[in-house]
Design a protein around this ligand. Structure first.
Ligand SMILES: Cc1ncc(COP(=O)(O)O)c(C=O)c1O
Length: 313
C-alpha cells in the first residue's frame, strides 16, 4: 500500500492477515454492518457479495452499470445514497465486468461517502491485473483513509487461488473490530502459507509487470473468437474475465451457457449469477481466460466449430 499507493500504513495496528479475501470481506461486513443497514452494490457484482450480506443482515441497494463502458452515473449514485447507505462494496478491477475505476469515478464516490457518512469496503484482489494505466485504491483518495477497508489477497497476483490467503487494511478502530471476529472465526491463516507469501511479496518488479502482460496475451487470444460468434464481448480493462451478451446463442444467458458446455465443451458462467435476484432475464455470459494458452487455443477452435453449427440453425 505504501509502495504502490503512497499511503503510510502501520502494519501492527492496521493490517490483519486472514484466510483469503473471502474471510476479509466477511470480517469487513460483519464489523461494519448491522442487520437492516443498507449496503450499495454495483451490479454486475462478484457473486459472493450477496450471500455475505445475508450473513450480516445487510440490505443490498443495487446500482446497475451497463456495458460496454460500465459508466457511473452521478444522479443514479446520489439517489442510492439518499436512501441511507452505510457501506459501499467496491471492486476494482472488477469481476465479472473487467471495469477499472478511474480517478474521477473514485473521487465522485469518495465525495458522496464523505457527504453521507458512508464507509467503503474495497475488494482489490485484481490490483496487479490492469491492462492500461495503474490501479488506484480508494484508500488513497483524500479523506478516505479512515473510512475505507481494503480487502486483498494472494490468490490472483500469485496464481494460488486454492490457498485462500488474504489480508485487510483499515484504521486501528476498524481493524480492532475485525480482529475480534477474525480471532473466533479462523484464529489465523495457516503459518506456512504466510511464510511463502512473504517470499512472493518480495519478487522483483518485473514479476508484477509480466503478470498483466501474460493475461493481456490470453485476453487477446480469446476475445476475437467470442466476437466472431456474435457475443459482443466487452474488452476488460483489468482482471481476467470477459463479459459478453449471450443473445447470438440465446436470450437467456443460462440456456446459452448450457449450449456452449454441450456443443463447444466450454464452461461460461451465466450473467444472472452476478445480478440482482429480481432481474427477470439476463442475457450475459462471463468467460474466464486464466487458463493455459493451449486450453485457450482449443477453446478458440471449439468456438469456430460452434459458429458453423450456429450458422446452420
Ligand atoms: C472479486 C473477488 N474477490 C474475492 C475473491 C476470493 O478471494 P480469495 O481467494 O482471496 O478468497 C475472488 C475470487 O474469485 C474474486 O473474484
Amino acid at each position: 500500500m505504501e509502495r504502490e499507493q503512497h499511503v503510510p500504513i502501520d502494519p501492527d495496528r492496521e493490517v490483519t492477515v486472514c484466510c483469503g479475501a473471502t474471510e476479509g470481506l466477511n470480517l469487513a461486513l460483519l464489523s461494519l454492518v448491522n442487520p437492516g443497514d443498507r449496503v450499495l452494490v454495483f451490479e454486475p457484482f462478484y457473486e459472493n457479495y450477496l450471500p455475505n450480506l445475508v450473513t450480516c443482515g445487510g440490505m443490498p441497494e443495487f446500482v446497475l452499470l451497463e456495458p460496454p463502458h460500465w459508466h457511473v452515473d452521478e444522479m443514479q449514485l446520489r439517489q442510492a445514497f439518499q436512501k441511507g447507505i452505510k457501506v459501499v462494496i467496491l471492486n476494482s478491477p472488477a469481476n465479472p465486468t473487467g471495469k477499472v475505476w478511474n480517478y474521477d469515478e473514485l473521487k465522485l464516490l469518495a465525495q458522496l461517502c464523505l457527504e453521507y457518512d458512508a464507509y467503503v469496503i474495497t475488494d482489490e484482489i485484481y490490483e496487479y491485473i490492469v491492462y492500461n494505466g495503474k490501479h488506484i485504491s480508494m484508500m488513497a483518495l483524500p479523506g478516505m483513509k479512515d473510512r475505507t477497508i481494503v480487502v486483498n489477497g494472494f490468490s490472483k497476483t500469485f496464481c494460488v487461488t486454492g490457498w485462500r490467503l488474504g489480508y485487510t487494511i483499515a484504521a486501528p478502530v476498524l481493524t480492532e473490530a475485525m480482529r475480534k471476529i477474525h480471532d473466533f472465526l479462523t484464529i489465523c491463516a495457516p503459518h506456512p502459507l504466510q511464510v511463502a507469501a512473504v517470499t512472493a511479496m518480495n519478487f522483483a518488479g518485473d514479476y508484477f509487470r509480466n503478470l498483466a502482460q501474460d493475461y493481456r496475451r490470453k485476453r487477446d487470444l480469446l476475445f476475437p473468437a467470442l466476437e466472431a460468434i456474435g457475443l459482443q464481448p466487452v474488452l476488460p480493462q483489468g482482471a481476467y474475465y470477459i463479459w459478453t451478451d449471450s443473445r447470438s446463442i440465446d436470450r437467456d444467458g443460462e440456456v446459452a451457457a448450457r449450449h456452449l458446455a454441450q456443443f463447444a465443451q466450454i464452461a461460461a458462467v451465466p450473467g444472472k449469477c452476478f445480478s440482482c435476484p429480481d432481474r427477470d432475464l439476463v442475457s450475459g455470459l462471463r468467460f474466464c481466460f486464466a487458463k493455459k494458452d493451449s486450453t485457450l487455443e482449443q477453446a478458440v477452435q471449439n468456438l469456430a466449430h460452434f459458429k458453423v453449427q450456429l450458422g446452420r440453425q
